[in-house]
Write a protein that binds this ligand. Sequence first.
Ligand SMILES: Cc1cc2nc3c(=O)[nH]c(=O)nc-3n(C[C@H](O)[C@H](O)[C@H](O)COP(=O)(O)OP(=O)(O)OC[C@H]3O[C@@H](n4cnc5c(N)ncnc54)[C@H](O)[C@@H]3O)c2cc1C
Length: 383
Amino acid sequence: MDLLDEGPVPEHAREAKAEARAFAEAEIEPVAAEKFSSGEYPWDVLEAAMDAGLVAADLPEELGGRGFDVEQILAIGEEFFRADAGIGLTLMLASFGCELVEQYGTEEQHEQYLRPVAQNDQISGLAVSEPDTGSDLAGMTTSAEKDGDEWVLNGEKYWVGNAVEADWLTVYAKTGDRDDRYGNYSLFIVETDSEGYEAEHIPEKMGMRASKQGHIVFDDCRVPEANLVGTEGGGFYALADFFNHGRVVVGGHGLGLAAAAIEEAEAFVHEREGFGRTINEFQAVQHILADMQTEFQAARTLNWRAARQVKEHDNPGYWAAMAKTKSTETAVDAAERSMQLHGGRSIFADRRISRVYRDVRIPVIYEGANEIQRNLIYRQTPR
Ligand SMILES: Cc1cc2nc3c(=O)[nH]c(=O)nc-3n(C[C@H](O)[C@H](O)[C@H](O)COP(=O)(O)OP(=O)(O)OC[C@H]3O[C@@H](n4cnc5c(N)ncnc54)[C@H](O)[C@@H]3O)c2cc1C
């Protein structure tokens, strides 16, 4: 059975899905175990994905991208994460932060910064989280102060995808101290070879090992006035809107991982024998598989509904937060159950299921921990 079937995928996103699946089968699956084990940045796979037109594909066609919408990117995300979450994250984050520059930036910023990413000559990243807080977007302390025709950044960022590898980042920094704590933040484009920018990799992770995150220190890091993205003080609201799009796609990360967990469970129980039969013949095992299927299909249906709501700007925050929560937690549950069905063999480090088991811990946290999503769902419930 094809868990990631075309059923809920709109017609216009099916070609992107087919391309992503073909790429994942040819270029990601064969190296997934090796890249997970080495924990090295998968430059070769990233370059192959660029050649296949699957990196930064959401950037506008006039800049060299493919103008993919949220549904096309979700379709790609499901397929990449089914093949390997760490590599999938690297491929999908190679243009992270660009969407904000596209939406709020100037034409000059589009030409100077988006075009090279859209044409796959550069990669980017988005720096929001800090060592002391990730969830409280209005509690970040990295500051940007105006000095003549420059902004001077000081502070630290943590967990930033491609902090070491990227050519430039979109950085979220505090520019005011008003009572309205949501109006105190702005976005800046920062080139990673700027003076005062230092980044190093965070310690080795147990999951998504083929993706790399960094710890950044800004020490009087100067950027030109022209690198402010959007309006001064508008950063929090720009980010909140941007996350709706991202959360639908992170739901797809969960769906890809859940599909991988279910595939592994199905294959294993039909082969493994005990008590004179294959273990799939036990009704208790069948019920576990039935529950996994039901939860998966419920999550996927919700996620694709949410993608449409976000695309149509129709109460997007509520739907995106629900999709992210449901799909990523379905992945955690599916991985846990699949591990149990694998018995002792579940813990062999090189098994696909044990990689998935470690990877599923991450999407319930990034793009806003699921507790934050629940706050958003409650607050944005139509009443
Ligand atoms: C692999 C990976 C990649 C990442 N990539 C990026 C990136 O590219 N750029 C970037 O900026 N960040 C990135 N992040 C950071 C990520 O967004 C944060 O980890 C996340 O927002 C949570 O922040 P935190 O880890 O500081 O947890 P904290 O904010 O310290 O929260 C810890 C826990 O406390 C609980 N909690 C916190 N606040 C509340 C609340 N209000 N109500 C209820 N419970 C609460 C939750 O259980 C939460 O998980 C990445 C993280 C990971 C793991």
